[in-house]
Design a protein around this ligand. Structure first.
Ligand code: ZN
Length: 1021
């Protein structure tokens, strides 16, 4: 994504033709001049004592933005953007072969792999030679240059692993440098996990806040040692450079694409417009101005930008000449370089560098232009990505348990789709509409194939023996649209004697007890567990608003909607072992039938004043008897009793009537305040039952809310349906939900970094510079992937989310998250479309409706982290439900419950399995993550241990190899190679950060210290 729009200037065609005539007439005179083949001296490396200008040739190739990834690759749809990555790679190879000093870096593996698949053996060998010689360097090395605000750390790791493993296998290389040049702000997790822990020696990017950049330029701190995690401390710090001009382009006047208007270097004295001295002077001047804000005598020029080098020769021809003549001039030294060479040059100086902690959010490129809208843009796509991410984690486990089938189906296509959609113009919501559709289509295709893997695995695992699973006895179906109560497999009429079997799979390493909800058509149903025991279940009528929503969205997504209408949600408690499943049977029977929820309507039309209390366990929520609004949160166990309000409201998006800066896909620019969106009195419908209570409220004509309190849980669940957002008043709107309490958080709140570490945020304040506040709302928004919280000396209020959103604490006691955005103007950052998502059913298009959940809990101070971490992980990894219809005679599966783990073993509460996957060679990729930071919880912020024999109970472990985070090299080898940088003002010994020790091959126990992630390749027998 290009930061600013370049207005291409084409030469006037008439005069161009005139030249051609003159040229033809002059062929004879050209021939008359002596032949003068020119050899340019491009061999210069680093010259000590001189200012070294590292020219880094690169092309920034977005894995989808204005065009889809495939359109960018083949170069179609050029009326939108002239861009063809195939041209870049095709023209690059001969250009590199023409001079062994020329260099190029390539980042996006999704493009490279497309190209690589089509090359001949001879070309592949040539490319390998160029890689081995260092002329072509793979940088970053993930499938895409992932976003850093709206991505979950597990997705970031997965997409990087996919790219890195390909490079290891096909080239035997491990990328050394992080290259996040375009993402719109930079996360702590990128620095310490996707930077240091993958073995990178440095990290480079362009975009930091304009005020931050001004400050860093003035005190020469654009280059720093970044320590992204308090818990991992100095063990995971990385040398980081923010580019001088805030973009990743060459200095003005040094663009050499065929259609660029920069002056080419014309060094033929026999031709007109000879300009060598002028070009050398401009080069030296640009170098000196950059050197003035950079420490040391090395500066980097990023020679390229979006989709450049489609005809590589023009760039290299001009750079050859610049290097030759600039070095002849001698004032500065120019060289072909790469970020690796640049990094080594900086390292070799043995200097100390300033320390940077926390992150680089939010990003603003000028006054009133905070890029905090994209934290929420396209919430449906963001929700889909998160849902697929959790599903992929579970599907890989099941694929391993059954045994990977190379001839397919596999989870590989979902892996690929998920990797691509982490791109910084994909999950961010900043792509054109047709490209957003392309990403969703890829996810859907990947899901379909993985769904088969899951169904087959579960089918096999319920049979007597998994080893000989040739034909499936049971055909399991799943319901990806269960969230909108569309699930044909459960809509069986059970009154005729059929039974519905529900298999509930738990992808986590500890046992879970949770409520499962499925839509059913019958009223007199009951639920039995695998032992045949009746278990408590509850029926809740499906409300009309929900049925209408289901019908319209099912036909929008599927082109059809079910002709059966489910009438109830059936809910029951599923108890599921770690990495395993439990099965439940639903049948019709008047005796022992599910408990029908008691329904009560409160309309507030008469003088009802007594409060309405819901929740039959420890937690009670109290709604006002006067207006229906939430007013009190009471937990009888933890003794929290606190006033709390919850509301919806919206910001009106800036239009372009004042200046060019509208609120749009990237930028959040609210115009005015936050009118609350509800009537004075909001009627309540309350459903009470033995498992949970629900409050249904029609907040206004386009917001519906269900508040749920489970008997056995201590958090409130808010399910919202928002949309279509009306725009007939001519204004775009950004819808926010806000929780208000009396908690005195004194401007301080906490938001997560990519679902991992929580960072402290202070309203209207930045740690690194004196913030000039221009946008008191947008400038205080931060990305949220897991949750946010505030606290005072007594209590803490936490909100957890089901997808990536933006949020803040705009006033003390408050937390807010933005749920949906619908805007009418483009925000001038290149996408050239307003973020106005619609859904069409039979030619009729309406604004997109978003359905989702967020969760709220208030704890005594110090007790909130356990819920945020454990339940947060459960939100990411929901149960997988699979259904099968059975006839009357059916009793049970040969294997009705299963756990891959030892029945007496469970992972400790502070550790999650984030990868469990069979690789192509049959080995297992296994990742464990400690879920707590240092000091976060009194019992859980400690060294944890995982017994591998307990996890892999059904197999024998032959060998365990610890790897780097992206599994492309052994950890030990990575640690030996990594550069160790000096931080200004600290001793070389910055104290050791605890790490889990080596894994003893006999004991097979893995230790993890707070926030540590460990990656293993395990050879099983
Ligand atoms: Zn980009």
């Amino acid at each position: 994504m290009l930061k600013q729009l370049n207005f291409l200037q084409f030469p006037a065609m008439a005069s161009f033709r005139g030249f051609r005539l003159a040229l033809t007439a002059c062929v004879v005179c050209v021939l008359a001049v002596d032949a003068k083949y020119m050899v340019y001296n491009t061999s210069g490396g680093v010259v000590p004592g001189k200012l070294n200008v590292h020219l880094v040739p690169h092309s920034h190739d977005d894995v989808g933005w204005l065009k889809t990834i495939d359109q960018y690759y083949v170069g179609s749809n050029n009326s939108i953007q002239v861009a063809c990555v195939q041209n870049v790679l095709d023209s690059l190879i001969p250009a590199l072969l023409a001079d062994k000093n020329r260099k190029f870096i390539f980042a996006e593996q999704a493009f490279f792999q497309r190209w690589w698949r089509d090359q001949s053996e001879a070309m592949k060998n040539t490319v390998k030679m160029l890689v081995n010689s260092g002329q072509l360097e793979f940088i970053n090395g993930g499938m895409c240059m992932h976003d850093e605000a709206t991505t979950h750390y597990i997705d970031m790791i997965d997409q990087t692993t996919l790219g890195h493993r390909f490079l290891k296998e096909d080239f035997n290389v491990t990328p050394r440098i992080g290259w996040q040049i375009d993402p719109f702000g930079h996360s702590a997790v990128q620095a310490y996990l996707l930077g240091a822990e993958v073995g990178f020696d440095s990290l480079f990017f362009a975009r930091i806040d304009y005020q931050d950049r001004a400050k860093r330029s003035s005190d020469k701190t654009l280059e720093v040692i970044w320590q992204g995690s308090k818990s991992r401390g100095s063990s995971s710090q990385i040398f980081t450079g923010a580019f001088y001009a805030g973009n990743y382009e060459p200095p003005t006047g040094f663009y050499f694409e065929i259609d660029s208007d920069s002056p080419v270097v014309q060094d033929d004295m026999d031709l007109f417009d000879y300009n060598v001295q002028e070009r050398v002077d401009a080069f030296v001047a640009a170098a000196i101005s950059q050197a003035n804000v950079t420490r040391s005598n090395h500066i980097m020029w990023t020679m390229g930008t979006d989709f450049k080098y489609q005809y590589s020769h023009t760039w290299f021809r001009n750079m050859d000449k610049l290097i030759h003549y600039v070095n002849q001039d001698g004032r500065v030294n120019a060289l072909y370089s790469t970020p690796s060479i640049y990094t080594d040059a900086k390292y070799d100086l043995h200097e100390s560098w300033p320390l940077k902690t926390e992150d680089y959010f939010p990003y603003s490129d000028r006054e009133n232009s905070y890029w905090t809208g994209y934290f929420t843009s396209r919430p449906a796509l963001k929700g889909y990505v998160r849902m697929m991410s959790g599903y992929y984690l579970a599907a890989r486990q099941l694929e391993l348990f059954k045994g990977r089938n190379e001839s397919g189906p596999t989870t590989d296509s979902l892996a690929d789709a998920l990797a691509i959609v982490q791109h910084h113009d994909a999950v961010t919501g900043t792509e054109k509409q047709h490209v957003a559709h392309d990403y969703a289509k890829r996810l859907s295709i990947g899901y379909k194939e993985s769904e088969e893997v899951v169904a087959t695995a579960l089918g096999c695992m319920t049979q007597a023996s998994t080893s000989e699973c040739k034909s499936l006895v049971t055909n399991f179906k799943q319901c990806p649209l269960l969230n909108i109560s569309y699930c044909p497999p459960t809509e069986v009429d059970l009154s005729l004697g059929k039974k519905l079997v529900v298999l509930v799979y738990n992808p986590m390493g500890w046992k879970r007890t949770e409520i499962v909800r499925i839509p059913v058509v019958n009223e007199n149903v009951n639920v039995r567990d695998a032992a045949g025991q009746l278990i408590l279940s509850q029926l809740i009528p499906i409300v009309n608003a929900s049925i209408a929503n289901t019908k319209s969205y099912a036909s929008a997504y599927l082109g059809k909607s079910s002709n059966v209408n489910p009438k109830y949600w059936l809910a029951f408690t599923a108890v599921v072992p770690p990495l395993g499943f439990s099965s439940y049977t639903i049948s019709s029977d008047k005796l022992g039938a599910s408990v029908m929820s008691k329904q009560l309507l409160y309309t507030f039309e008469w003088s009802q004043t007594s409060p309405i209390e819901i929740g039959s366990g420890s937690l009670k929520l109290v709604h006002s008897g006067i207006n229906g609004k939430l007013m009190q949160y009471i937990n009888s166990r933890s003794l929290v009793n606190i006033s709390v309000e919850q509301s919806y409201g919206y910001f009106t998006g800036y239009d372009r009537s004042v200046d060019f800066q509208a609120s749009g896909a990237y930028v959040f620019r609210p115009n005015g305040s936050f009118p609350e969106l509800s009537e004075e009195k909001v009627p309540l419908t309350v459903f009470r039952g033995p498992l949970f209570d629900e409050v249904h409220q029609m907040i206004n004509s386009w917001i519906y809310q269900i508040t749920r309190v489970y008997k056995e849980k201590e958090h409130a669940e808010f399910e919202f349906v928002v949309g279509p957002i009306p725009t007939d008043d001519g204004f775009g709107k950004e819808v926010v939900t806000r929780i208000k309490s009396k908690i005195g958080n004194n401007k301080i709140f906490y938001t997560d970094s990519n679902g991992r570490d929580f960072l402290e945020r202070i309203r209207d304040h930045r740690t690194d510079w004196d913030l000039q506040v221009n946008q008191p709302i947008a400038g205080n928004y931060y990305p949220i992937n897991l949750g946010a919280y505030i606290k005072d000396e007594n209590s803490e209020l936490s909100v957890l989310v089901d997808r990536s959103v933006g949020g803040s604490s705009i006033a003390d006691g408050e937390l807010e998250i933005m749920l949906h955005r619908r805007l009418l103007y483009d925000d001038s950052r290149g996408v050239a479309e307003a973020l106005n998502e619609t859904v069409c059913v039979k030619e009729k298009c309406l604004g997109l409706t978003i359905q989702g959940k967020y969760y709220v809990r208030i704890d005594p101070l110090g007790e909130g982290s356990k819920w945020r971490r454990s339940f947060g992980q459960e939100i990411y990894s929901p149960f997988i439900l699979a259904f099968s219809e059975q006839d009357d005679e059916w009793t049970n599966f040969p294997t009705p419950t299963f756990s891959a783990m030892d029945p007496s073993y469970s992972l400790p509460n502070n550790v999650a399995i984030i990868t469990l996957q069979e690789l192509e060679n049959g080995n297992v990729l296994f990742r464990l993550a400690h879920l707590y930071e240092v000091g976060e919880h009194k019992d859980f912020s400690v060294m944890a241990t995982v017994d591998l024999k307990g996890v892999f109970a059904k197999k024998k472990i032959n060998k365990v190899k610890e790897m780097s985070l992206s599994a492309n090299q052994e950890r030990e080898e990575m640690e030996k190679k990594r550069l160790s940088w000096k931080v200004e003002g600290s001793n070389t010994n910055q104290g050791t950060v605890p790490r889990g020790g080596p894994v003893d091959p006999v004991k097979l126990v893995v230790e993890l210290s707070p926030m540590e992630i460990r990656t293993f390749i395990i050879e099983l027998n």
